[in-house]
Every structure is written in structure tokens, then in C-alpha cells.
Ligand binder design. Structure first.
Ligand code: ZN
Length: 287
């Protein structure tokens, strides 16, 4: 390992990603290795709508501290506008008003602020704690939303469109399968990794608790614990899954193995050519 020192300032940089695996990088590589590698090497920037990410960060920074929230609002985005400016509608009938997605974000904050369990558990914990560790020979990093070492819990806020609709994943044999919210977004992997990184960083085994809040009006609130036998088994299965998948991901990041493209995502679409995608038996010779 080189001299790189992980800090709050460089946590979200590609340099950090080259030294430590994280849940988001692991998930990116699982979706499409070619796209994930191009993103990591700065060769490609996805054009996806950033609103869901901004709404999530809006809620997280609010509960981190007043200072963190103001810093988030004053941050400039790729188009030169601050988040505060981007939250306001610029045209049409709603001009000058807060955009719908951020009205819902404010409402999500109100719902959480009024919740007894959330106030007693999440609010007092230490926020945005960086943890690192060795998972089966590979360095990982994580950022804990709220950590309570004394009571041996860590908390994570998850914002989602709807807490009941689940998510589609691709199975090993290529089928699409609908699974509950927690597995669908890889939160089982994240919670298993975070528990292990907290253990290695602080020597305390903490249990995860997800505070899920839906992007609906009114928002639904749900507390998801992992202390049952089934959930504990789910967390160990998630770590086994990481152990199986990560050697190839790390080898692709290090340039030892070649990335495999999914052939369907935004990145793969941009790289598609007629000559490599000819369907049927006709062979065409290009000069
Ligand atoms: Zn792809």
C-alpha cells in the first residue's frame, strides 16, 4: 500500500477508490465492469438524473449537522449552480418555488424529526464515521451514517421511492428476479461489510439498523433490524458473496484482468458498433 491516507476530504475521490473497495464501487462493477472501470478512470461520466442522489444527500446532511447541511446547499454542481439554486424551479407555473422532489425531501426530514425512535437512536450517534479494514485480503472503506459504539449499534438512513415495491436483480443464470428492498439495493452487503469494518476499526461488534424513509407524501417510515437468525444468516451470506466476487473486481481495477461489458447500459450503448453487433449469418468484410 502506498502513502495514501483516507480522509473525509478525499473519501469520494477516484484515488480513494483505487486504494479501497467500497459498497458503491462493488455495486458499480457488479452492474457493468466496463462502465465502472471507465468511470473510475475518468473516461466516462454517466448522464443519469442526479436528483435522487441530491435528495438523499439533502436528508443525510440535515441530520449530520447544521454546518454540513449549509455546506451541501452551497456546493456547486457540474453546471455551475449551487444545490440551493437547483432546488428552485426556473420556469413554468412553478417558477420560484421549491421543486417537487425537494419538497418531498423536506417532508421526509419532518417525518424523521417527529419520530421517537429516530430521535432516541439515530440523532445522538456520531455521524459520518469513516471505517476501513481488510475483508478476505482486500482493503475496504465505509462511511457510517450514525455510530453508537456504547450501545453497539450503527444506523443508516435509506431513502427509497417506495419501501414495498422491491427491486429487480439479475440472478447467476441471467434471469430477472424481484427481491425485497434490502437485498435489491445491496444493503445486506453494505451492512455486513460495515459491521466487519467497525469491528476492525474499533474492536466492537455493532448491529445494523436501517431507518428507511419513502419518497412519498406522506413518507412511510420503517426500522429494519438484522438481529433475527434469518437476518444474521443473510449478513454472513452477503460476506461470502463479496469474498467470491471481489478478486476479479480488484484484478480489473488493477489492470490484471479485462472488464466485461454488460452490453446494455448507457456506457455499453455508447461503445456499440455495427460491425461487432451484426445479427444473422451474413459476413461483411470491412476494408
Ligand atoms: Zn454496460
Amino acid at each position: 500500500m502506498t502513502e495514501f491516507k483516507l480522509t473525509a476530504e478525499n473519501y469520494y475521490t477516484q484515488e480513494a477508490n483505487r486504494h479501497y473497495l467500497s459498497k458503491s464501487v462493488f455495486t458499480d462493477f457488479e452492474k457493468c465492469e466496463a462502465a465502472a472501470l471507465a468511470k473510475m478512470n475518468g473516461e466516462w461520466n454517466p448522464k443519469t438524473d442526479e436528483t435522487p442522489l441530491l435528495v438523499g444527500n439533502f436528508v443525510h446532511s440535515y441530520f449530520e449537522s447544521e454546518e454540513a447541511h449549509q455546506k451541501f446547499l452551497n456546493q456547486t454542481t457540474s453546471d455551475g449552480k449551487t444545490i440551493r439554486q437547483k432546488m428552485i424551479s426556473q420556469s413554468g407555473k412553478t417558477k420560484g418555488q421549491t421543486k417537487a422532489a425537494f419538497k418531498i425531501a423536506e417532508q421526509m426530514i419532518d417525518r424523521l424529526t417527529g419520530d421517537e425512535a429516530f430521535n432516541q437512536l439515530y440523532v445522538p450517534g456520531e455521524k459520518e464515521v469513516i471505517v476501513t479494514g481488510d475483508i478476505h485480503g482486500i482493503q475496504w472503506m465505509g462511511k457510517i451514517d450514525s455510530l453508537d459504539l456504547e450501545n453497539e449499534f450503527f444506523y443508516d438512513i435509506k431513502t427509497s421511492k417506495d419501501l414495498h415495491s422491491g427491486a429487480w436483480i439479475k440472478t447467476e443464470d441471467g434471469r430477472n428476479q424481484k427481491v425485497p428492498f434490502v437485498q435489491g439495493f445491496g444493503y445486506d452487503i453494505q451492512m455486513a461489510i460495515y459491521r466487519e469494518l467497525i469491528r476492525q476499526t474499533f474492536g466492537v461488534i455493532c448491529q445494523p439498523l436501517i431507518f428507511a424513509v419513502s419518497k412519498q407524501t406522506p413518507s412511510e417510515l420503517m426500522g429494519i433490524t438484522f438481529d433475527g437468525d434469518d437476518e444474521q444468516a443473510m449478513l454472513s451470506a452477503a460476506l461470502d458473496y463479496v469474498e467470491e466476487k471481489q478478486p476479479h473486481i480488484k484484478a480489473v481495477i488493477d489492470g490484471i484482468e479485462k472488464p466485461v461489458g454488460c452490453g446494455m447500459c448507457e456506457y455499453c450503448r455508447s461503445k456499440s458498433t455495427i460491425s461487432t453487433n451484426l445479427i444473422g449469418a451474413t459476413q461483411i468484410k470491412l476494408s
